[in-house]
Design a protein around this ligand. Structure first.
Ligand code: SF4
Length: 284
């Protein structure tokens, strides 16, 4: 099954310093990333995975933790990447300017990685300028490198603000073979994104007791529980969807729901409540 059916451009130019703004150039110059050829992460399974430095995380994310002065993840965020010891330790290394790979080398490593599936940014997010705009030329280059120009499955998530420009950039990345899910918090937020941004895949944190499918009354919109979170399923991202993980399906007509669990449950539930309240105009 194809990941998506949109025709992809052939041999598009790779990111070069001439086609981004000075702000974007500074962000990319500070970027550090890593590529794991066969992840030991129990959730993803043994697929190619990548990390981006903690500085890529948007402060608008409701799960953003208080930053430490050295730019490392504090571990106080409900975000699982910052809270899990092993992931946080590996991720924090990328806060050092001499760790991991700089942007061009990172792209080269992503492209050189073998394996039929790639999950980008198990920790970290997409490079964006200080005003929250995803750097489109950089994401297009990542899309081409991760998907081997559209010939392998590549996916990830972003908590960057869902501005019209960012949504256009996500659609363009999907057309180049990298499906980036817009992250939502709770059912109301997920349904709002689905309604307002058709064609952008959505993934949402959900209450721990979410059922297998949550439906929005009267619209047919659905949130399907991630199969890996079903007790005893044995599913990983690598085996999900018979080789085409649900989260990589750019044209699917349902959102993916991730029930929050473990020690992060309380704080993530608070983040959902915050976003729900914000959507309802209860808080800024
Ligand atoms: S739905 Fe599939 S691809 Fe998405 S997180 Fe769950 S197991 Fe991974």
């Amino acid at each position: 099954m194809p990941v998506n059916t949109t025709p992809r451009p052939v041999a598009a130019p790779v990111y070069g310093p001439v086609n981004v703004t000075p702000d974007a150039r500074r962000v990319l110059a500070a970027f550090r990333g890593s590529v794991q050829p066969a992840s030991g992460n129990a959730k993803t399974g043994p697929m190619v995975t990548t990390y981006s430095s903690p500085a890529t995380c948007p402060t608008t994310c409701p799960m953003y933790g208080p930053a430490r002065p050295d730019g490392r993840a504090s571990g106080k965020a409900p975000c699982y990447a910052a809270a899990g010891f092993h992931t946080r330790t590996a991720w924090n290394r990328l806060a050092s300017p001499d760790a991991g790979a700089a942007w061009p080398a990172y792209l080269a490593r992503v492209r050189a990685s073998k394996g039929p599936r790639v999950r980008v940014n198990v920790a970290g997010d997409l490079p964006a300028t200080p005003d929250g705009a995803i750097i489109a030329p950089a994401l297009m280059a990542l899309a081409r490198a991760a998907s081997h120009d559209g010939s392998r499955v590549a996916f990830g998530y972003t908590h960057h603000a869902r501005t019209p420009a960012n949504l256009r950039t996500l659609r363009a990345a999907a057309a180049r073979g990298l499906t980036v899910n817009a992250s939502a918090d709770g059912a109301a937020d997920a349904f709002a994104v689905m309604a307002g941004a058709p064609g952008v895949p959505v993934a949402a944190t959900m209450p721990a007791d979410m059922p297998a499918v949550v439906r929005e009354e009267g619209t047919g919109r659905r949130i399907v529980k991630c199969p890996a979170t079903r007790e005893g399923s044995g599913v990983t991202c690598d085996s999900c969807g018979g080789g085409v993980p649900l989260c990589a399906r750019a044209s699917r007509d349902y959102a993916i729901g991730f029930p929050v669990h473990g020690t992060q449950r309380k704080r993530a539930a608070a983040a959902i409540a915050f976003v729900t309240a914000r959507a309802a105009g209860v808080t800024a």
